[in-house]
Write a protein that binds this ligand. Structure first.
Ligand SMILES: Cc1cc2nc3c(=O)[nH]c(=O)nc-3n(C[C@H](O)[C@H](O)[C@H](O)COP(=O)(O)OP(=O)(O)OC[C@H]3O[C@@H](n4cnc5c(N)ncnc54)[C@H](O)[C@@H]3O)c2cc1C
Length: 330
């Protein structure tokens, strides 16, 4: 790994950093401390003083702020030009970028322009034991495996998805430096025109699931749509959100937004209760970071028991109604 600092290219929604940015910053901070480097956050936009300040308060040692009307909205070429110039000037070792639509577009462009290796959609980023290299952990084979990918170029780029890391608390007393840089852009650099931004409607049920503290999820063990109420009643009794495995969603027993897993929502509640779910890797990778996992399954050899902290071997049709009744009576 080369000398140089750890960078995060920030995304904002105008006045604030996005959650994914602050999540990535927490891992970048951890790496920068372990490697005795600085965490540098690059904020590019227009009238973005509050965003630069926020980056400092979330733990950046330095914030490089580029403020230009031509950068009010993300467009590929101007952002690439600005960051390429900054890379040339400051020579960072690792650049971490949110794996959002814009981030993926931008990361590929930066990687190609600068001849830098990139690992996309990382779930984790770890140092090797001797701290001489970085392990970029990402899912492969439809999420069945997590692979450890290494970058052979001196400088490294990683894109990181939402929910991979837990963001730190914002500290107004953090000491940081803001470096203001010119964009050096002219109108000629802007080859595309931003017309309009249409925010997609985030389903409130999905939103609630993603932020949930307690989730009760049901799987094919429920056998039929007419039994789905057992999951909902238990969730209702303990004030939990409802989740589901993919086949249950495919069968139309519940809304597709509540699917948990690699092709659904990645959740990290305090408590995850899996009812009649076998524990396929695609499901596990969507809930394994829950603080406490409780599984109810009538097969003692069900793979879910390898991930669960508490396992109950029982027929769900007897156990769940009795549990719900008991909880309601309390
Ligand atoms: C590309 C790809 C992406 C995928 N993405 C996802 C995803 O995001 N999320 C996801 O969930 N899956 C996903 N899958 C599907 C995944 O591989 C599994 O098929 C699925 O998770 C299995 O769902 P299940 O556990 O509900 O069903 P099953 O595997 O059929 O398990 C049912 C379980 O219920 C138990 N059971 C049966 N009767 C009872 C009873 N009376 N009491 C108690 N327990 C009982 C059984 O012992 C069994 O363990 C994906 C697959 C692929 C190929």
């Amino acid at each position: 790994m080369k000398n140089g600092n750890i960078w995060v290219i920030a995304e904002s929604n105008g006045d604030n950093l996005t959650n994914i940015t602050t999540e990535i910053m927490s891992k970048a901070k951890e790496l920068s401390v372990a490697l005795e480097k600085e965490l540098v956050v690059v904020t590019i936009g227009y009238e973005n003083d509050s965003v630069a300040k926020e980056a400092g308060e979330y733990g950046a040692n330095k914030v490089i702020q580029v403020n230009d009307k031509l950068l009010k909205h993300y467009t590929t070429l101007p952002f690439t030009k600005v960051v390429s110039n900054l890379i040339e000037k400051y020579d960072p070792a690792l650049i971490m970028i949110p794996a959002t639509t814009n981030g993926r577009d931008f990361a590929g462009r930066i990687c190609a322009k600068n001849g830098t290796g990139l690992v996309a959609d990382c779930h984790d980023i770890k140092l090797t034991d001797d701290k001489s290299d970085i392990k970029f952990i990402r899912p492969t084979f439809d999420g069945r495996l997590l692979s450890d990918v290494r970058i052979s170029s001196d400088r490294m780029i990683a894109t990181v998805g939402k929910g991979a890391f837990v963001r730190k608390i914002r500290e107004k007393d953090n000491k940081y430096e803001i470096i203001k840089e010119d964009s050096n852009l002219t109108e000629k650099d802007v080859k595309t025109t931003f017309l309009d931004f249409k925010e997609s409607d985030v389903d409130p049920v999905l939103q609630s699931l993603l932020n949930s503290k307690v989730i009760v999820s049901g799987g094919l063990g429920l056998e039929d749509a007419k039994n789905w109420h057992l999951v909902e009643e238990l969730a209702d009794a303990i004030g939990a959100d409802v989740g589901a495995s993919k086949p249950v969603v495919d069968l139309g027993w519940c809304k597709k937004e509540i699917q948990v897993g690699v092709t659904g929502a990645i959740v990290k509640p305090d408590v995850y209760i899996a009812i009649g779910i076998s524990g396929a890797i695609q499901h596990i990778n969507g809930m394994k970071d829950s603080a406490v996992i409780i599984a109810i399954n009538n097969d003692p050899d069900a793979p879910i028991f390898k991930t669960a902290h508490y396992g109950i071997v029982a027929d769900l049709f007897e156990f769940i109604p009795a549990l719900t009744k008991k909880i309601k009576s309390l």
